[in-house]
Design a protein around this ligand. Structure first.
Ligand SMILES: Nc1ncnc2c1ncn2[C@@H]1O[C@H](COP(=O)(O)OP(=O)(O)OP(=O)(O)O)[C@@H](O)[C@H]1O
Length: 265
């Protein structure tokens, strides 16, 4: 087991509970030990990456944190509260938001409609476009603000399904932000994104944390992007946490190098 507390400078933040904490989490399915005693914490406002070779347990970790799966043992804490027994919806209400590897957009609806639906849910409304909102209602205003935040203001009327991958990911982030999460889980945001769109999407993710103070945990295979974005990197290998450290220390770590034997780190 590796348990590494992250330093965050002196002051009140040190005394506060971390935004996200995973304690001794394990998952066994049938005879397979998928995750084993993984512990780490993400202080409020930090951006932390999760890497590991294929099958290391990254998606499983996200499933356990977001409530898609229940751990065999161990616990998950959000702002000091044990959320292990809570449903996905209860976790979302408590401030946890997640994007998925596969696109979760309504392809036939416009960019604005997608975000407005997400904002309507946050405002307590139904997931319905049948009652057309008036321009300037709370959900529409919020949708436009969020689309501005992710740089999609010029695409409001475009069907979501027609967007390039990079813009789809930005749209998913805008929808996620409609619920105003304090902790954001991003599952491979760069997957399928054209190289020309990587920089713009990277900047949107950086802004989540830098300009909006959100805590971010992200799985990403695009090493250059990840290492340029995150403050710490957690490395999973065969369901164990090898280390969590700064990008520089992780890249220089011989155990990480050997975990990736045959793969470029
Ligand atoms: N429901 C399940 N039942 C049995 N085995 C599973 C289940 N879910 C995941 N696994 C196994 O657990 C291991 C970890 O899978 P996981 O998808 O979490 O890895 P990953 O690090 O996200 O991989 P990738 O980088 O390929 O997405 C794999 O060996 C996978 O086959």
């Amino acid at each position: 087991m590796t348990d590494v507390s992250t330093d965050h400078g002196a002051g009140a933040a040190d005394r506060a509970a971390p935004a996200l904490e995973v304690k001794d989490i394990s998952l066994r399915i049938g005879g397979a030990q998928i995750l084993q005693d993984v512990s780490f914490s993400v202080p409020t406002g930090q951006i932390v990456g999760v890497i590991g070779p294929n099958g290391a347990g990254k998606t499983t970790l996200f499933n356990l944190v977001s409530g898609v799966m229940t751990p065999t043992s161990g616990s998950v804490h959000l702002d000091g509260q044990d959320i292990t027994g809570r449903s996905i919806t209860q976790r979302a209400t408590a401030g946890l938001g997640r994007t998925f590897q596969t696109s979760s957009l309504f392809a036939g609806l416009s960019v604005e409609e997608n975000v407005r639906l997400a904002a309507q849910v946050k405002e307590g409304g139904a997931l319905s476009l049948t009652s057309f909102p008036r321009r300037g209602d709370a959900a529409s205003t919020r949708a436009r603000e969020l689309l501005d935040e992710v740089g999609l203001s010029s695409r409001l009327g475009r069907p979501a399904g027609d967007l390039p991958h990079g813009d789809k990911r930005k749209l998913e982030i805008a929808m996620l932000l409609a619920a105003d999460p304090s902790v954001v889980l991003l599952d491979e945001p760069m997957a399928g994104v054209a190289s020309g769109d990587v920089e713009g999407l990277t900047e949107v993710i950086r802004s989540l944390h830098r300009d909006h103070g959100r805590t971010v945990l992200m799985v990403e295979h695009h090493m250059e992007v990840l290492m340029g974005l995150v403050e710490r990197v957690a490395v999973l290998h065969f369901g164990h946490l090898l280390t969590i450290d700064t990008p520089e220390a992780v890249m220089a770590d011989p155990t990480v190098q050997s975990a990736y034997l045959g793969e470029a780190v």
